[in-house]
Design a binder for this molecule. Structure first.
Ligand code: 5AD
Ligand code: SF4
Length: 445
């Protein structure tokens, strides 16, 4: 059983527009593998642009690649284990002379552990999250320290695009390695964000997602996140943002989600725990009651909207009573989806040194209890959508079984029978619902 339940698409998203498969022997080829969150997906997009500028053709399989770039995640130990598996396989392919160079970028690259990995595996280049521009030199481009900044956009021309509005994080949650590997918060100027959004939309992008570790903490020259969101919602035909922090989430923003036609009515607001005691230990900066109030405002502003969260089970010191309070909060908030994580100690974080480790069997039981509750809620809420006709944005084109994956304005994921290309809208009746997804019939228009 995996330690997460993925009701909303956080899995790596295909952004590639380059040909897949074998490239001709004389050309240089590169393969990028992305692990972790959407920030990494977006960083990979920039890396992709860089290798394309350097004349590499992108390939999808390691065995076809001269250069392999692993853009990594460090947030939980299982993310590191996965990368180690890939590094082992790359060592073998290198011995067979198929892969020539390996670069490791992203959050593991910024952590001390990367030095051990470099010794154990055959890695040519290790980069953190702030010096990705050094990859430019490595692939034979002029040094891009000036031009390759966090403001450099990703690949343009896609039907949906990510726009980074801030990097890093100023919180110090007990369990979290992000502030160590991504640094302190840096907000991008409003004009630069809007400029990029306008360019993207002029180039055909129909869906813009604003990205950051705590997007709602964005502020710049007297402007706050809601100002930016409202401005973007006037420039782009469809907008979403992730991920938010409850302490920064303003009622004004929640109401804007409900009021603005171009904003997808989907809120991802990580709560982590329903126990005030644990929230304090975690340094989250809010109490469960305040979180509940935010959710009330959201539900009132967007009654049909979807709400998702992150929950950690088994943080050191978590008692049965704390866990019960999390279950109560889950019940009260009736989440439409959740990512549930088993606590994973990260070296260098406060929680890794705390006493009161929760035994594995207890963590597993708590995990399943939260999961069951989330799925019951989500299933009941999804059932209520059956029978309605929805306008659906097609995110991924149809597969062999003729079903495309789309998203309603309420933020529900829908399987729909259509061969319409990604980026278009269809209207279809919802015929069925599971805990994670709705099922629509043939589109009517
Ligand atoms: N252990 C388990 N889950 C974690 N997260 C962050 N750090 C850890 C950790 N050490 C989870 C939090 C966060 C999400 C991105 O990952 O729930 O919101
Ligand atoms: Fe990590 Fe907390 Fe910052 Fe989120 S707000 S990135 S959990 S430190």
């Amino acid at each position: 059983m995996s330690s997460t339940t993925r009701s909303t698409p956080r899995a790596p998203i295909q952004l590639s527009s380059k040909p897949a498969g074998r490239a001709s022997p004389e050309s240089r080829t590169a393969c990028i593998r992305t692990f972790g969150c959407q920030m990494n997906v977006h960083d990979s997009d920039r890396i992709r642009r860089m290798i394309q500028d350097a004349g590499y053709a992108e390939v999808q399989h390691y065995e076809d690649a001269d250069l392999v770039i692993l853009n990594t995640c460090y947030v939980r130990e299982n993310a590191v284990d996965r990368v180690k598996g890939h590094l082992g396989e790359l060592n073998r392919l290198r011995r067979e002379g198929r892969v020539k160079k390996v670069a490791l970028t992203g959050c593991i690259g910024a952590a001390e552990e990367s030095a051990t990995l470099k010794q154990t595996y055959n890695i040519d280049l290790v980069l953190g999250t702030h010096n990705t521009y050094e990859l430019a030199e490595f692939v034979g481009l002029p040094t891009m320290r000036e031009t390759y900044t966090p403001e450099l956009p990703g690949t343009e021309g896609g039907h949906n695009a990510f726009v980074t509005i801030m990097t890093g994080c100023n919180y110090q949650c007990s369990y979290c390695i992000v502030p160590t590997v991504r640094g302190r918060m840096l907000c991008r100027p409003m004009g630069s964000v809007i400029g990029e959004v306008e360019r993207l939309v002029a180039g055909g992008t129909g869906y813009v997602t604003l990205l950051g570790q705590t997007v709602d903490a964005w502020r710049h020259e007297g402007k706050r996140f809601c100002d930016l969101l409202e401005a973007v919602s006037e420039s782009a035909p469809r907008v979403w943002f992730t991920t938010s922090h409850p302490s920064n989430m303003e009622d004004r923003t929640l109401r804007a989600i409900g009021e603005r036609d171009t904003i997808v009515k989907r809120l991802h607001l990580p709560v982590q725990s329903g126990s005030d005691r644990m929230l304090k230990v975690m340094h989250r900066g809010y109490k469960a009651e305040r979180y509940r109030r935010k959710i009330e405002v959201f539900r009132e502003a967007a009654p049909d909207g979807t709400l998702s969260t992150d929950i950690i089970v088994g943080h050191p010191g978590e008692t049965e009573e704390d866990h019960e309070q999390t279950l109560e909060l889950v019940e009260d908030c009736a989440f439409d989806a959740a990512y549930i994580f088993k606590f994973s100690p990260r070296r260098g974080t406060e929680a890794a040194a705390l006493p009161g480790a929760v035994p594995d069997a207890v963590v597993q039981r708590r995990f399943l209890e939260v999961l069951r509750q989330i799925e019951q809620n989500a299933f009941a809420r999804n059932q209520r959508k059956v029978g309605g006709v929805e306008e659906i944005y097609i995110r991924h084109g149809s597969t062999e079984d003729g079903k495309a994956i789309g998203e309603t304005w309420s933020g529900h994921a829908v399987h729909v029978k259509t061969d319409v290309a990604p980026g278009n809208y269809v209207k279809a009746r919802i015929e069925g619902a599971g805990p994670h997804v709705l099922y629509a019939g043939e589109p009517s228009g």
